[in-house]
Design a protein around this ligand. Structure first.
Ligand SMILES: [Zn+2]
Length: 290
């Protein structure tokens, strides 16, 4: 699933490419992606003719601020990713242009937004779990779903004390706690592994047992790893690609995620191990993550 660095990369790329453009039409062969309003026809009617003022991120959500106080929210979920280009329709199939957009992973096109400059913003989504919703701006900001989201870990105002406060009185394995979007947004399976490796903390530790010094290491590692991943354009060993269809480069910086059986990159002599924590996989080095 795209996590904070991947969604942030998409949002930055979209702002550079499609700000001030107008949605002229929309197509889907999978209307269940549209969760709001209640059907695709209403969604299309509400979207057509609206200008894109800007695009921002909240947690793993992509938010398009549109003209006249409307907001388009897209959550890419497990395998969804936005692509920008021009496709040709033949026999109900969208034929991509040559180049990275024709890579297999980018060809599961189930939702297309047509722009006034002839370009298309397409969602490639193998599993079709993504969701798109059209909201009134005020309604979204006051919604329960939005108000339950925790703070943004990369916000400059998010200080160590805030981080510590979030976890106070909580119980549970730190790996799982880090992925709880109500406590902190944007972190999933990949970056929780990478953050805990950088902080040298075992994913199995209970958050209530961590010292202030250990929490501080996790706080610092969170900011460091997420910022690094944004600089590298995100990871691409999962389905995520950048909007031009190209891969992100975090793979080169990756330390433990899906490195089972490899020597510890911290050169402690240990070996990366994969375990299950509440049904999710965790990768870590048992020799140096305590
Ligand atoms: Zn190690």
């Amino acid at each position: 699933m795209p996590e904070l660095p991947e969604v942030e990369t998409i949002v930055r790329d979209l702002n550079a490419k499609i700000r001030k453009r107008i949605f002229v039409d929309v197509w889907t062969d999978s209307p269940k992606i549209i969760k709001k309003p209640e059907n695709f026809e209403l969604f299309k009617k509400g979207l057509k003719g609206r200008g894109i003022e800007n695009i921002r991120r909240r947690g793993k959500n992509i938010i398009f601020n549109l003209s006249d106080g409307k907001v388009l929210l897209v959550h890419q979920k497990l395998t969804g990713h936005f692509l920008l280009g021009k496709w040709q329709k033949t026999n109900n199939h969208w034929i991509p242009p040559k180049g990275p957009l024709s890579d297999k992973i980018n060809t599961y096109i189930h939702l297309i937004f047509f722009l006034d400059n002839g370009k298309m913003l397409a969602l490639s989504d193998l599993r079709k779990f993504a969701k798109a919703e059209l909201w009134d701006k005020g309604e979204l900001e006051n919604s329960k779903e939005f108000n339950l989201l925790g703070p943004e870990p990369l916000s400059p105002s998010f200080a160590f004390n805030d981080f510590k406060e979030r976890f106070k009185g909580k119980k549970g394995k730190i790996k799982k706690i880090l992925m709880d979007q109500r406590l902190l947004v944007g972190i999933g399976n990949i970056y929780s592994d990478e953050i805990l490796f950088a902080a040298k903390i075992s994913p199995l530790r209970d958050v209530s047992q961590l010292s202030e010094f250990e929490l501080k290491r996790i706080y610092k590692a969170t900011k460091k790893i997420l910022s690094l991943a944004i600089r590298l354009g995100g990871e691409s060993f999962s389905d995520y690609r950048r909007i031009d269809g190209e891969k992100g480069y975090y793979d080169k910086a990756r330390k433990v995620y899906r490195k089972t059986g490899e020597p510890c990159p911290g050169r402690c002599g240990g070996v990366v191990k994969r375990i299950k924590i509440d049904g999710r996989s965790a990768h870590y080095c048992p020799s140096c993550q305590k």
